[in-house]
Write a protein that binds this ligand. Structure first.
Ligand code: OGA
Ligand code: MN
Length: 283
């Protein structure tokens, strides 16, 4: 097979063709890893993989994280988190409407995530896209005084924040167990983080999990965050992925935030498998 790598936008996104991720030699993997660092979103279409192969591929990037929502994990492979609106025999097959707000995966963990690998099992005929926004390109485009202001700031991230602010309001979404909410107390991360592999500075705040910038008055924090979110979601920092069945999309949680688009109806089945890689450089 002839491998190709096509860049999709100047700031982010590349599609790799001519590979079979269940059968990768080290050299091909290195090329994927390089594209992951360089383009932040890597699309690999038409992969027919088992959960085990998904987990094996993901492990080559680093240690895997187990999602705090224990009811949404694949029984035989708890590294696989299920995002799904499918109900079989009255039993939900995963978390519906997950991630329908701008966020980066697992920034509420003490050691955040390096990246995620999502596999599309079933997707709507149209709709159910995922949007990505590049946080290094957004950082670069800030003014120097704003970069300086943010440089030594830290922010509080909390799992509960996203659930109370966004998820609770989506009809048909089951409440998150208190036990899971309590299992993840607030954590603190720098507002600007250097990407350990590219050396680029990235904005590391997101509407989903960031509660506030520490040491600022609450209204000051709200105003600055609101400004940053508006800036970070400008179209020039965007890639929008339109899913096909058997797509694998891997994304870098250090240099991106993303948002699932909830524009499809319940009659359209959407069933996704996700693994999440731990950031070995953090903490
Ligand atoms: C998530 C998420 C994206 C999607 O669940 O964290 O971002 O497209 N999902 O389902
Ligand atoms: Mn997500």
């Amino acid at each position: 097979m002839n491998m190709t790598c096509r860049q999709m936008t100047p700031n982010l996104g590349a599609e790799i063709t001519g590979i079979d991720i269940a059968n990768l030699d080290n050299k091909t993997f290195d090329t994927i890893y390089d594209a992951f660092n360089r383009h932040s979103v890597v699309v690999i279409r038409d992969q027919n993989i088992t959960p085990e192969q998904h987990v094996d591929f993901s492990r080559r990037f680093g240690k895997l994280m187990i999602h705090v929502l224990k009811d949404e994990l694949l029984e035989e492979h708890p590294e696989v988190y299920l995002i799904s609106n499918v109900v079989e025999n009255g039993k939900p097959q995963g978390r519906p409407n997950a991630g329908q707000y701008w966020h980066s995966d697992l920034t509420y963990e003490k050691t955040p995530s390096k990246g995620s690998v999502m596999y599309a099992v079933e997707v709507p005929e149209c709709g159910g896209d995922t949007m990505f926004a590049h946080t290094a390109a957004a950082y670069d485009a800030l003014s120097e005084p704003m970069k300086e202001f943010l440089d030594d700031k830290t922010a509080i991230h909390h799992f509960r924040h996203a659930i109370e602010k966004y998820t609770k309001n989506i009809p048909g979404t089951a409440p998150v167990p208190e036990e899971a909410l309590n299992a993840r107390p607030p954590v603190e991360h720098p507002v600007i983080r250097m990407h350990p592999e590219t050396g680029r500075k990235c904005l590391f705040v997101n509407p989903g999990f960031t509660v506030r910038i520490k040491d600022l008055a609450l209204d000051e924090s709200d105003t600055i965050l609101e400004h940053l979110y508006r800036h970070m979601t400008k179209p020039q920092f965007f890639y929008r992925h339109s899913w096909q069945p058997r797509d694998i999309v891997l994304w870098d949680n250090r240099s991106l935030m993303h948002c699932a688009v909830g524009d499809y109806g319940p009659e359209q089945r959407r069933h996704m498998h996700r693994t999440t890689i731990m950031d070995s450089e953090a903490a």
